[in-house]
Write a protein that binds this ligand. Structure first.
Ligand code: HEC
Ligand code: HEC
Length: 325
């Protein structure tokens, strides 16, 4: 007892150190939590300000500008052609596709051309860019030989030039969340939306235009000017993964502490996808139906789960059934 009385502070110090170690020792845990985030190296985008003043450099800068300000060129009042919904590529590929966890382009140059199950074919970067024009921007494809397409591709290739062939850096693209053991719930999602999203994206989900309505200040999450039903975000897993790691846009994002829980991210994504949006069918998609991802919301399927379960979950059993085959 005498011992404890004089050395209690040592014991207290020890406890404080253990707690601090648990809190501050960084993250191999987080890589464990995110098995799909890739185990590649951490990636930093090259600096656009160091691109030389050459014709090749101008092309890269032009591509960067189109990705950041797509609506100026291709939106409803676009100066090249009014062929898309007014969204910018960077609304979904944050900071012009340079942001870790923000659906960045780090793995594009290193992995394309590549086979994609959606089209059942080997896709070039140009084809992949046009996929987003037709689906995410609910628009028309642009000519692969146009100055604009060549510029966008030049920029994306320049961004990923520091990534070795076939490598996928840590936190590239969109990162899947662990599954819930229930279906994602649009009713719960509606409340989460009202509390966390509505102040920017508006109660009706239509976002807000900037003062001269040439582009969105806050992009729409559903409705006529949002992405169509053929887009990657129409899959709840893709949308939940993006929202979890990037929204609310004005709140601090730290890898181990995100503003939204996984559950909130799934539910708010379900709410967004329960709302109306442009319907566009791509009849040639998924030539091999067994390759459809767990959350592809349109049948026919190889398994016996409903479209609704493929849309909202629960997903564990869908994935398990697929593994058994
Ligand atoms: C509504 C959101 C949205 C918009 C707007 C959008 N994209 Fe995408 N894009 C996605 C999603 C979702 C994916 C798939 C990411 C995944 O599955 O990891 C994707 C994937 C891509 C990829 C492939 C990335 C990879 O690593 O395989 C490229 C390239 C791309 N988009 C380019 C563009 C371009 C260029 C524009 C503008 C013309 C654009 N996107 C606009 C959502 C969007
Ligand atoms: C402080 C304002 C703000 C809040 C709050 C906010 N967002 Fe966003 N959100 C943005 C902005 C700005 C962008 C576009 C980012 C860019 O272009 O750089 C965006 C982009 C998005 C996108 C991709 C583009 C699209 O239109 O589909 C989704 C999805 C999204 N937000 C969902 C949410 C959800 C869900 C919440 C609530 C959990 C939320 N946001 C809260 C400002 C906000």
């Amino acid at each position: 007892m005498q011992f404890l009385r004089s050395y209690w502070w040592l014991l207290a110090l020890f406890i404080v150190m253990v707690v601090a170690a648990i809190i501050f020792i960084p993250g191999d845990f987080r890589k464990y939590d995110y098995p799909h985030a890739g185990n590649g190296f951490e990636w930093n985008a090259p600096d656009i300000n160091r691109v030389p003043n050459t014709p090749a450099g101008d092309l890269i800068r032009y591509g960067n500008d189109i990705i950041a300000n797509t609506a100026v060129y291709f939106g409803p009042k676009g100066k090249i052609a009014p062929i898309s919904n007014g969204m910018n590529c960077q609304n979904c590929h944050l900071a012009a596709g340079t942001k870790p966890w923000g659906n960045n382009y780090s793995a594009v140059a290193s992995t394309y051309p590549k086979f994609r199950a959606r089209s059942g074919s080997i896709e070039t970067i140009y084809k992949r860019i046009n996929d987003c024009f037709e689906r995410s921007l609910d628009g028309k494809s642009i000519d692969s030989n146009s100055h604009e397409m060549i510029a966008i591709a030049a920029y994306i290739k320049w961004l990923g030039a520091n990534v070795p062939k076939n490598e996928k850096p840590y936190a590239s693209g969109i990162i899947d969340l662990p599954f819930l053991n229930r279906a994602a719930n649009p009713v719960k999602g509606k409340e989460i939306y009202a509390q966390n999203c509505q102040r920017c994206h508006a109660a009706d989900g239509q976002g807000t235009w900037n003062a001269d309505s040439t582009a969105y200040q806050y992009p729409p999450l559903w409705g006529n000017n949002s992405y169509n039903t053929g887009a990657g975000f129409f899959r709840v897993g893709r949308l939940a993964g993006y929202v979890k790691h990037n929204m609310p846009f004005d709140q601090d994002q730290k890898e181990d502490v995100r503003p939204l829980t996984d559950e909130e991210s799934w539910d708010v994504a379900a709410y967004i996808l329960s709302q109306p949006r442009p319907v566009k069918k791509f009849a040639q998609d998924w030539p091999d139906i067994s390759a459809k991802p767990y959350d592809h919301p349109f049948g026919p399927y190889r398994d016996s789960f409903s479209e609704s379960q493929h849309k909202y979950g629960p997903f564990e059993m869908i994935v398990a059934a697929k593994k058994r085959k």
